[in-house]
Design a protein. Sequence first.
Length: 602
Amino acid sequence: MLKSLHLRTLRTALRHCVDLLTWLSFAAGSLAFSQHTGVAPRTWCNPLNLDYAYVRNAEPGVGQHRSTADPAVVTVNGKFFLFATNQEGYWWSDNFAHWQFVKQSFKPNASGDDVCAPGALAMGDTVIFLPCFTDKDTMPLYRMVGSTPGPWTEATKSFPIVTWDPGFFRDDDGKMFVYWGSSNVFPIRGRQIDPAGGFRPVGNEVPLVLLHPDRNGWEQFGEDNTDTTIQPYTEGAWMTKHDGKYYFQYAAPGTEFNVYADGVYVGSGPLGPFTHQPHNPFSSKRGGFITGAGHGSTFPDRWGNWWHAATVVAWIKHKFERRIAVFPAGFDNDGVLYANTSFGDYPQLLATGKRNQAKGGWTGWVTLAYRKPATASSSLPAHPVGHAFDENIRTYWSAASADSGEWLQVDLGHVCRVHALQVNYADEDAMLRGKVMGIYHRYRIYGSENGKDWRTVVEKGRNNQDIPHDYVELMRPAKLRYLRLVNIHVPTGKFAVSGFRMFGKANEPPPAKVIGLKVSRSEQDPRVAEISWRASAGAYAYNLSYGVNPEKRYTDILLHDSTHYTFRGMSVGREYYFSIQSVGEGGAGPAGEVVSTLKKSR
């Protein structure tokens, strides 16, 4: 009996040793493949991984969800300050990978936050901020001095111009201007103000921009610009000065649509007169995982590179469910303003110095799990497992519970080199309202080459941060075929994911050059063109680029599983040039020939 007891004790000790070795193996794997700790990141991925606030009161039948929009980003001493709608504070960052939230009430004696499409301006080391309250009872203008957050003081208790969607601009001579408006009836307006005299108005207000959807197809309302029953809205004024020219930017035609975009007029003064830039919209993202690129702000970094922050559309629970993205931007040698949204929701290289923003910062890593076979510990009938791998943020998979141990697994079909992963959470049965501090996500990602031998790829079991769009760049590429995401903790609702994405390359060449590109512009409506091409073997998507100059095709549309596209975004009287490239798990193929439309007038 004593011998038997010793054997049982020995077996128990050995089992504990095996468990310890297994844990150490996972820990070692995690250290080998997790994101750098204390080391500056090299890449980031849109949408930005911000701790977005929940809406305060969702509409009946919609369900609680996160949202923000209308980013106003300014740069102070190399730091970015990001203000957005209904967040009860703001974020700041040294880069686009890591943001810190600062809780701040801009509406004294009020319950909660009512900042809506705010305006911001950087003047040296000072930030001016106008919250833009929806009830408009009083509108203080705030000031913060220094490149560290706060404290804020009131520059004036009541801003003298009642504004909606304000934008500020300070010229080289010290004169200050405010722009405002959000309407499908009235134009965006501008006016000079005097900062030394309580920001009182100077001179007359000037009407600046109305939409012309009859001339500019991209300004037409609706998903893919298809709704002709509603006059489109213009909003989101922003002014940038470059090389002596004034670039007045505006958003159209509707924040809830994939065609939400920013256009620009160029002038010789801050109140015009302005001319519509031929390359318009300058910021647009119609396809891909997350769409839209409107109501944004254009700003420089410490090296003089330009960037454009914009509103992108999630629309998982509600049409106004939105996120924030940042894209490379710039001015070419002819003074054309552009924002490079090409592969804009794939991993992007962070800038480390002055660079050519027209070439963008895409790493070349492609998504590896699009429509791949997947399994899960459980699934709700309306939210099947395939929705986590369809490259569409508007659909999602949900487990039946929020229990620790619920999991989601994908088979890539073959061993691939995985460089980075992104976990995009969705809200299913969420109960939180407004900005809630102290919430967090915890998870682990395991990987395997054969489906039998697993190692920890990402370890977030002790994470204490709210990371709804968590992006992790691996320290070195991992050779993997199977990946499993395991829940440990979600802050509210069920364990739900709108996109479990892995980026890298398969051991295969990129798909061949696309041939057979045809562009047929409508005789009846020159804003519309039917575009078709031949399928390329091994391609899961096609990147269609276009522009009004054959050498400046600055806008891209990523299209999945298609060899046809109806494009309704052209302007009457302008010729357009198109090219297309295939995208496969081995990378992006070469761009094909450039095909032009014929000039037509109505």
